[in-house]
Design a protein around this ligand. Sequence first.
Ligand code: HEC
Ligand code: HEC
Ligand code: HEC
Ligand code: HEC
Ligand code: HEC
Length: 333
Amino acid sequence: MIRTALRALVGLSVLALAVWLGFALTRDPAPPAQLTRWTSSRDCRPCHEEVYKEWEQSWHSKSFLDPDVREQSRDFANTDCIDCHAPKEVFLTGVGKRVLPRADRRAEGVDCISCHLLPSGEVAGTLTNPSAPCRPVATVDLLRPEFCGVCHNQHKTVDQWRATTFAEEGRDCIDCHLPHRGGDPSKGRMHQMTGGHDLPRIQAAVALRAERDGKAIHIEVENVGVGHAFPTDERSRAADLWWRPVGTEAWQHLHRIRDPYRYETDLPRTLLDGGELRKLELADPRAEGPVEVLLVYKLAPYYRLPDTGEPIPIEEVSDPLMDAQEVHRVLVE
Ligand code: HEC
Ligand code: HEC
Ligand code: HEC
Ligand code: HEC
Ligand code: HEC
């Protein structure tokens, strides 16, 4: 009697399980979201507020309004300059091809649309998720250095990276420039994408040492954490080494680290490549007492008179910090 009842109960449970399983397996997944026509970074903001704020702080969002760019392009009278500074979607032309200039919303610069929008109207991401409102599609190309290279390889930043140990170890552009928020992969990637405007970042990635050896001073500058040459990309960037006897005012120029403009054919390329250690020697009668050694970083190559904007020859500059940032300073007794 009890046994029959039990058997019936087990039978019923099996049946219930089978029905539930059948239902669970045939039930449709969440329906795909309606395709929306995205036209501006502002469209993404309501759902991706944190990314939006980070992007707003980035130089990508300023690339069309940046006063230096406006000056050098004569307010974009040079229309070639629009291509990368107010680009159409990278995935319209594809990785490996030059981006095309945009006709509208130029003030948004390199925006969400430029990097994420796919020709299908969906967005490029790491996971495919058709039920999310923006319909992300897993797109390997978005994560590749060649993606950044569409705009950042005209001065060979990607090629420089390829020659470093970082490339061998598989540490690429997004690992350094789009780190996970709070180091937590589930929190997404930060979009500030900082570089030459971020002094602490430079200070951590370049080392300066100086040591006396008899009458000479041995100076070493080392690229310890930049994933490519230092500086990189924009040829206007420069780093300079200066020294002066302690107690004197005027600094003496010792060495310049820079990739000259194409027309400056008399100047050598002196970029500090990935991992490079450069050794310099200071042998000067004025350096026999205590000496200060200074490394500065400049966003624009020439020192200029503040009132007229006239460039000053580097030998005539006495204050290297008048138009530059201090990276490191070492005192040699
Ligand atoms: C569609 C073109 C384009 C793409 C793609 C692009 N960038 Fe940029 N990026 C720019 C432009 C233009 C600037 C210069 C903005 C300015 O300062 O006016 C810039 C500036 C930068 C800077 C300099 C910030 C500073 O401090 O001056 C970094 C770093 C950077 N991008 C990293 C990246 C990385 C990493 C990727 C790939 C994930 C990437 N970019 C993809 C166009 C692009
Ligand atoms: C192939 C893409 C591309 C084109 C075309 C281009 N740029 Fe840029 N530009 C960039 C990238 C990428 C950066 C960021 C590099 C860096 O920060 O070192 C940049 C940065 C700059 C900067 C430095 C901004 C800063 O933050 O200090 C200036 C100035 C500039 N560009 C001017 C121009 C001018 C003028 C033209 C036209 C003659 C031009 N660019 C055309 C990609 C481009
Ligand atoms: C109505 C809300 C909404 C709007 C608007 C929206 N998204 Fe999304 N987005 C989501 C949701 C929900 C997800 C999935 C959960 C997540 O990853 O945050 C997502 C995910 C993503 C992902 C990540 C995919 C991955 O690999 O993890 C990217 C990239 C993305 N969105 C880009 C955009 C861009 C670019 C825009 C503007 C053109 C945009 N989204 C507009 C809601 C939205
Ligand atoms: C210069 C190119 C570039 C720009 C501009 C850009 N992104 Fe991204 N974004 C990337 C790359 C590269 C990734 C890394 C791929 C990944 O992790 O899915 C990424 C990742 C994401 C993700 C997934 C990771 C996360 O942070 O949650 C979202 C969402 C996203 N972007 C939204 C946006 C939105 C919204 C904007 C505009 C406010 C924007 N992105 C602007 C290149 C860009
Ligand atoms: C190991 C970390 C690391 C990797 C990998 C890396 N970078 Fe950088 N990047 C830095 C540091 C540190 C700086 C600041 C020093 C400098 O400007 O040289 C920087 C600066 C930059 C700048 C700003 C230059 C300027 O003039 O303001 C650009 C653009 C850039 N990186 C692009 C890239 C691209 C594209 C890749 C991938 C091919 C990449 N980076 C890989 C660490 C890295």
